[in-house]
Design a protein around this ligand. Structure first.
Ligand SMILES: Cc1cc2nc3c(=O)[nH]c(=O)nc-3n(C[C@H](O)[C@H](O)[C@H](O)COP(=O)(O)OP(=O)(O)OC[C@H]3O[C@@H](n4cnc5c(N)ncnc54)[C@H](O)[C@@H]3O)c2cc1C
Ligand SMILES: NC(=O)c1ccc[n+]([C@@H]2O[C@H](COP(=O)([O-])OP(=O)(O)OC[C@H]3O[C@@H](n4cnc5c(N)ncnc54)[C@H](OP(=O)(O)O)[C@@H]3O)[C@@H](O)[C@H]2O)c1
Length: 650
């Protein structure tokens, strides 16, 4: 049979032409910063301005420098907590030709650990696992340490790597606006000490302002009428003396659970107002204790001891992921196990057992070790009022028609976790992220936002903040020394992802990159589908769902933390609209490799005796990176031992 070929319409044909009015010279000069030559000589061959090479060759000046020349990159980071510091460290470590300005609204750095100073404030994961993966601390004083010790870790980190030179404290970002023609953000800043206003532009804006940074009062009528001392856990006044006072405490989230046993020895009495049951468990092997001198010495001097400890703890966390999936054996066994533990600790107080032990899945909202919490609730000078609070009066709180007088009211009532920015972020065509995220916050993979070019958000919507180590999710997770892994590539996470984009921007003539609408919506749709069969949907109220019971799970990643690291390893630039600064190939430059111009490097680096090159498939790279075949893992059910004790920790 004869075959016919349809002739495409002219509009479908590729017609080679100059697409831009901008001259090649303009484009390329924007990309490569060349030394200024007063009157460039002309090439005797082409007649165009040229630079003489060392050996007399002619290169058109418009071509610029060698391939991948790094043009000046100006970055602004909002916030100097763990996320901002992580980015600053990594940027400084790997990049040149950059400027970095970090605005921090507080008078000091370290974010969460500067602001949260309530009695009992501490980490709820072993401190040895609340560190950057490359920056262990040998002398943590205990398994779980207080806010001051954690704050010193981050401050010490900033000082050690000289990061304070980038940080401007007392500077609160009040607006950020994108300008399309120049491809820059203008960031407006208020000095919280003097009130002065300034502004600064940048190429890339990184929002590291914290997912748990916007604390909120409870929505209860009469709060402003209370005559006693009113405190919030995340804005605590440590100068206030609780000794001998009758304290009202609202909330049994992680903050309330830490506060209660900490204030117990001082106060006259506590009336605690609880609205929802909660899981409290301290797991075998990770009980709180102060490290002995011998343990500290071993960590400090016995090579490999601390690393083994950290890896063991971290592996345990990474093993429990199936617990978050409905119907899993691990969910079933831990549910039973922790229920039993709580019943025992509540000393057979049937009322407390009934009100405090949840029916919904274990892990539906963040679990906490709750050191001494349940035991304290059973003490004599404690009263537990279960149910909603009707109103607050000048003297106390009313619930179920009865007034409970208190001297002090501590609201451990959490944060606004809606992801709606607290200041206008005006992206393409002035589209305000406050508006775009006013109902549901749909992000690109937890790290970028719709309509916001050259913009990143640390710990944005749908990140792995509930199923594994959090600092690991901010920074790199592990580092391999294997020669097969391309340039010692670690498993990636947000800081690495952001900086990979910065590298592309700096070396590939990019003006802007913005996640495509359909990529953002596909990610949200996939996430929602995934969440349907998770424990997070099992009926608790939690901040993972913007403090609702049945809302969208907006704070968690659709998978494990390890899954996230692998997902973030590749840029997937096809999910972004990329706009070039003129000719997209300007970065090819003058035809020279930087290798040729580097007089200290091996020009024949690819000649070898055997094939020790990087593997090219994701599968093989993963096997090498994770040292596959070298570890024998316990089968999953072994996490609960012969006596029914759960051995993992989360
Ligand atoms: C009490 C408490 C205990 C926690 N314990 C744990 C734990 O044990 N384990 C765990 O994994 N996670 C824990 N978390 C979560 C914790 O928030 C993260 O682990 C981590 O500290 C987040 O770091 P970050 O830099 O992203 O945010 P943050 O630490 O919140 O830092 C954000 C910074 O941005 C600044 N900022 C905000 N807005 C602006 C603005 N407009 N202009 C300038 N600066 C601004 C803030 O002042 C702050 O310094 C805890 C959280 C809380 C509240
Ligand atoms: N290292 C740690 O141990 C630690 C310590 C603190 C915080 N954190 C992190 O910070 C997150 C937030 O913890 P958080 O405890 O500050 O906040 P949270 O988990 O959101 O808990 C807030 C508590 O306040 C109660 N509440 C809020 N409004 C109320 C109202 N109007 N009436 C009655 N009760 C009200 C909530 O009750 P409902 O449950 O009924 O909503 C809940 O018990 C944690 O999940 C964790 O990620 C960690």
């Amino acid at each position: 049979m004869a075959r016919t070929t349809a002739i495409p319409a002219t509009s479908e044909l590729y017609i080679p032409s100059r697409k831009s009015n901008v001259s090649i010279k303009e484009n390329i000069l924007q990309t490569h910063s060349l030394p200024q030559v007063d009157t460039p000589p002309k090439s005797p061959v082409s007649g165009t301005p040229q630079r003489n090479g060392e050996n007399g060759y002619y290169r058109n000046e418009e071509l610029g420098g060698p391939i991948h020349s790094e043009r000046q990159l100006d970055i602004i980071v909002i916030g100097a907590g763990a996320s901002g510091l992580c980015l600053a460290y990594k940027l400084q470590r790997s990049f040149s030709n950059f400027s970095l300005t970090m605005y921090e609204k507080n008078p000091d750095i370290s974010g969460t650990w500067y602001e949260n100073r309530y009695p009992g404030c501490a980490c709820d994961v072993p401190a040895h696992n609340y560190v950057f993966s490359w920056e262990p601390k040998k002398d943590w004083s205990a398994v779980y340490v207080g806010n001051e010790e954690i704050k010193s870790y981050f401050k010490g980190f900033a000082a050690k790597y000289d990061l304070n030179r980038y940080i401007r404290v007392n500077q609160q970002v009040v607006e950020a606006a994108w300008d399309d023609p120049t491809g820059k953000w203008t960031v407006k800043v208020r000095n919280n000490a003097t009130g002065a206003a300034t502004e600064r532009t940048c190429d890339i804006l990184v929002n590291a302002s914290g997912i748990l940074n916007n604390w909120k009062w409870p929505d209860i009528s009469g709060l402003d009428t209370f005559r006693g001392k009113l405190l919030h856990s995340a804005n605590y006044d440590n100068s206030y003396e609780l000794t001998g006072k009758h304290v009202g405490l609202i909330g049994n989230g992680s903050s309330g659970i830490q506060i209660l046993p900490a204030i117990h020895p001082k106060v006259k009495a506590v009336t605690t107002f609880l609205r929802t049951p909660t899981w409290v468990t301290l797991l075998q092997g990770f009980e709180q204790h102060k490290y002995s001198q011998q343990e500290l010495e071993e960590f400090a001097t016995k090579e490999g001891t601390l690393l083994a400890w950290r890896k063991d703890a971290e592996s345990n966390v990474n093993k429990i992921y199936t617990m978050f999936l409905n119907g899993s054996k691990m969910q079933e066994s831990t549910f039973k196990q922790v229920r039993g533990q709580m019943q025992t600790k509540l000393k057979n107080d049937v009322d407390l057992q009934e009100t405090l032990i949840p029916q919904w899945g274990f892990g539906c909202r963040r679990m906490t070790p709750g050191i001494n919490y349940l035991e304290t609730l059973c003490e004599d000078n404690f009263e537990v009022v279960f149910g909603s609070i009707d109103k607050i009066t000048p003297d106390g709180l009313c619930a179920q028609g009865r007034e409970y007088p208190v001297d002090v009211l501590i609201c451990a009532t959490g944060f606004d976790t809606s992801f709606r920015p607290r200041f206008p972020i005006l992206g393409r065509k002035g589209q305000n992220l406050q508006y775009l995220w006013s109902v549901e916050a749909h992000s690109y993979m937890g790290v970028a936002a719709p309509e916001q070019p050259n913009y990143f958000h640390f710990l944005g919507p749908n990140c792995p903040i509930g199923s594994g180590p959090l600092v690991g999710a901010i920074g790199e997770y592990s580092r391999s020394k294997c020669k097969d892994c391309r340039a010692d590539i670690p498993l990636e996470a947000q800081a690495d992802y952001i900086l990979r984009w910065c590298d592309r921007w700096q070396t590939e003539n990019i003006q802007s990159f913005t996640p495509k609408h359909d990529a953002v919506e596909d990610f949200a749709e996939h996430t929602d589908l995934f969440m349907r069969d998770t424990i997070w949907k099992s009926g608790c109220r939690s901040w993972y769902k913007s403090n609702t019971i049945d809302g969208r799970v907006s704070a968690l990643w659709p998978g494990s933390s390890l899954h996230y690291f692998e997902a973030m390893q590749y840029l997937r630039a096809d999910d972004f609209e990329v706009v070039y600064k003129g000719n997209r190939f300007a970065w090819l430059g003058n035809g020279f490799s930087q290798t040729e111009l580097d007089k200290t490097c091996d020009l024949a680096y690819y000649i070898r005796e055997s094939d020790d090159s990087a593997f090219l498939s994701k599968g093989k790279q993963r096997q090498v990176l994770t040292k596959s075949g070298t570890v024998v893992q316990e089968p999953e059910p072994q996490l609960v031992d012969e006596d029914g004790e759960w051995r993992a920790w989360c």
